[in-house]
Ligand binder design. Structure first.
Ligand code: EPZ
Length: 425
């Protein structure tokens, strides 16, 4: 099993290119189930999750092929199979994004209910309620959610939940309503850039969607969608992770092909703690040269501070000059990184959905264990600045969402290696 060996203390310098967004590419790939004709996607990141989605789509009768530089060609060849099975869904929750397209185009979707998740409770009740509002019957059969509908009819529906809007829930309802009869209005829709990207992709295929990016999205149903050629937006979470890598090492880095406007809540906090961040066209320049200030962070739905950067920001605040508070409002249990960061000498104390971060002067290298995608990114960032050697184990978690991260970090001067340790039987 692969692990990262990091020798900490190097200040990062240089330029890094940001890839296409995982959380836009996955629902957009699933949406090709709706299309007649070929879809050509550009800027698709080369990630384990993208390969899992491709594998699932192949099983659902969609042919896929890759070209160098992040281009993927997809086309529906066979519409018989409507079953997204447990073996694939348990590997990647985003498989749930095939539910809306299958129901809308094939009038049936049988999708395994996603199981437990390291970051906390993640029900799909809002997805099901939204699809039922459009006219679907839903039934749980041996762990699979089976949805059927003779037709889908547009309606007004509220999609807000106990933690606010739902990103993939909005995606599923959007994809189901583009072929529904009449108008659908989604109230309390998610406003994430990835939802906007999906709506723009669907419009490029002939859908009639408006209001994406606001909590009220309107969809006029159409008879069919064609294929199209589309470029995926940059990954704001990958960009945020590298900005924090530059800040935590007191480095000076330039990020290419990214959008600062997708990260305003993050940039606001980082500037507040003393990091210099400038925009130059579609590039971001980051530098910091002193001990950072403490602050308070509360994760919220977009445009608030993203939960997917909470762990990385917590790692940064471990070294601030004072006490910080980090509150997780989306996944109240998303703190698997806390105990591991404390192994590196951090002083973190969890109290319900909040972590008190007592700033320390330095971290000391040690073996740590990754538990989920973003927690593993936080451990990697901490290893970059920790004195001595750090081993981050189970890096398969990080490969799900970051393309060749160790090579990119080495390109910025980090001393990091991907090594392999045979797994004990
Ligand atoms: C998306 O997950 C992202 N995944 C997640 O990123 C991200 O953490 C999350 O949005 C929040 O920003 C993808 O886009 C593939 P939600 P999603 O439905 O859609 C509750 C990463 O690291 N809820 O917006 O599954 C839910 O429990 C991943 O790349 C319900 O109660 O998240 C949570 O507390 C991790 N009922 C909140 O809403 C529902 O039916 C937000 O979840 C659905 C959600």
């Amino acid at each position: 099993m692969d692990y990262f060996q990091i020798s900490g203390g190097k200040r990062l310098r240089g330029t890094v290119e940001i890839n296409g967004a995982k959380n836009a590419a996955l629902p957009i790939m699933a949406a090709t189930i709706l299309c007649e004709g070929e879809v050509v996607l550009h800027n698709v990141p080369d990630l384990a999750d993208v390969r899992t989605m491709e594998h699932l789509l192949n099983k659902l009768g969609v042919s896929t092929s890759h070209e160098a530089g992040g281009t993927v060609r997809l086309e529906v060849k066979d519409e018989m199979n409507c079953h997204a099975d447990y073996d694939l869904v348990r590997r990647m929750r985003a498989s749930i994004c095939t539910m809306g397209p299958l129901l809308a185009k094939r009038r049936k979707a049988q999708v395994s209910m996603p199981g437990g998740c390291a970051i906390g409770d993640r029900p799909i009740d809002l997805h099901i309620a939204g699809l039922q509002a459009l006219g679907a019957d839903a039934e749980l059969v041996s762990g699979d959610m089976v949805l059927k509908a003779k037709r889908l009819t547009g309606t007004e529906l509220f999609l807000g939940g106990p933690f606010g809007s739902t990103v993939t829930g909005t995606a599923n309802i959007l994809m189901a309503s583009v072929l529904a009869e009449g108008r659908t209005v989604i109230e309390s829709a998610a406003c994430e850039p990835e939802v906007i990207d999906l709506a723009n992709f669907l419009n490029a295929c002939g859908a009639q969607i408006s209001g994406q990016g606001s909590p009220r999205i309107t969809v006029e149903g159409v008879k069919e969608l064609s294929g199209c050629e589309y470029t995926i937006i940059p990954d704001r979470i990958e960009a945020g992770t590298f900005i924090i890598a530059g800040a935590i090492t007191n480095g000076e880095i330039r990020l290419k092909r990214c959008r600062l406007e997708h990260l305003l809540a993050v940039v606001d906090r980082l500037r507040q703690v003393g990091v210099n961040i400038e925009r130059e066209g579609d590039e971001i320049v980051v530098s910091s040269s002193r001990r950072l200030e403490p602050t308070t962070i509360t994760s919220q739905p977009y445009p608030g501070f993203p939960t997917d950067l909470q762990a990385q920001m917590t790692a940064l605040l471990c070294l601030a000059d004072g006490n910080s508070m980090v509150t997780e409002k989306i996944y109240p249990d998303r703190f698997m990184h806390v105990a591991e960061l404390n192994r590196l000498g951090a002083k973190l104390r969890k109290e319900g959905p909040t972590v008190i971060v007592q700033g320390v002067k330095r971290l000391i290298g040690a073996p740590v264990m990754a538990s989920d995608l973003r927690a593993s990114a936080a451990l990697l960032l901490a290893g970059l600045v920790a004195k001595g050697e750090t081993q981050v184990n189970r890096v398969y978690h990080i490969d799900r969402g970051y393309e060749k991260i160790e090579r990119k970090l080495r390109g910025l001067g980090a001393d990091i290696e991907r090594l392999n340790r045979p797994t004990e039987e």
